[in-house]
Design a protein around this ligand. Sequence first.
Ligand SMILES: Cc1cc2nc3c(=O)[nH]c(=O)nc-3n(C[C@H](O)[C@H](O)[C@H](O)COP(=O)(O)OP(=O)(O)OC[C@H]3O[C@@H](n4cnc5c(N)ncnc54)[C@H](O)[C@@H]3O)c2cc1C
Length: 330
Amino acid sequence: MRAFSYARAEDASAAVRLAGASARARYLGGGTNLVDLMRETVEQPDALVDVTALPAAIEARSDGSILIGAGASNTAVAADLAVRTRFPALARAILAGASGQIRNMATVGGNILQRTRCTYFYDDASRCNKRAPGAGCDAIDGFNRIHAILGASPACVATHPSDMCVALAALDATVHLQGHGGSRTMRLVDLHRLPGGRPHVETELQRDELITAVELPALPFAAGSTYRKVRDRASYAFALVSVAAALDVGPDGTVRDVRLALGGVAHKPWRASIAEAALRGRPATADSFRDAADAELADAAGLRHNAFKIDLARRTVAATLEGLAGGDRT
Ligand SMILES: Cc1cc2nc3c(=O)[nH]c(=O)nc-3n(C[C@H](O)[C@H](O)[C@H](O)COP(=O)(O)OP(=O)(O)OC[C@H]3O[C@@H](n4cnc5c(N)ncnc54)[C@H](O)[C@@H]3O)c2cc1C
């Protein structure tokens, strides 16, 4: 590990100012991802700005929305009564990730900006365009079981690892940001990028831009939302494929509205807009759910070891929606 300075910011403005004073500063949340990457020398910041003193409150508003401070721990969000009742998919997604100890340390801001779990990214003996732009990608012809099936590029096939972000993408969350130029908001689905030719640029954030909060807009039918994660082990494993979904079925049995996002399949949490559009106004039946899943996965492309994820994603989408239509949220 290289030498670095450490400073604790008392508020967002101080955090941005402190980060701006160094060439390669990083914000430090719970450190459960960043410190690992520093040990592996993948991340080599010259300054850490500790942002764990930033607001961590979870504000359940009377209009049905919720504002979550970026400093809130993953555990606190998953345990919050308003989150569990208004947006159970979010609580379930968080609880499907990592372990109790890690969730106690991990913050909302850090979870959103956690980096890929591609093994070639972590291994500095491998070629990785994300770690060393222009170096090449050893995952493409390597062991690529956990890699992307949607939106990948010849430069990078890594996936975004967060469970929480998949639920946030489905639930139309907005991220509050503060940077050198002031504050702004951005839809969560617009924050992460697809890799294209520049996989080292992972987000649309500007230099030193800090996540200060996440906002979930009111969505009454999200009270029946769910998160389903398919993985190699029942706990302590990242998603092969995951689905966050909320379904609103009218009295005539047609889909009035739907929210759907996939995890484990792309460089960013994948909002399944094609499937959503295909479902609105259609009967809430197994056939419709399968057709919508097929439409969403039509452009999916497998690598040597991960082609099974295409069918797995189709089936997981269809099964999750069938479950919701039948009142099953597991
Ligand atoms: C063994 C293990 C298993 C795991 N399993 C899962 C899993 O199954 N599912 C899953 O989703 N996750 C899993 N994780 C990842 C875990 O969820 C993340 O490590 C955690 O959420 C990161 O949060 P943090 O606060 O510790 O972030 P940090 O490590 O502190 O930071 C991560 C990144 O975010 C940046 N950052 C932090 N806060 C802010 C902010 N407010 N604004 C801007 N940038 C910020 C940091 O600079 C850094 O780049 C696992 C981790 C481990 C170690």
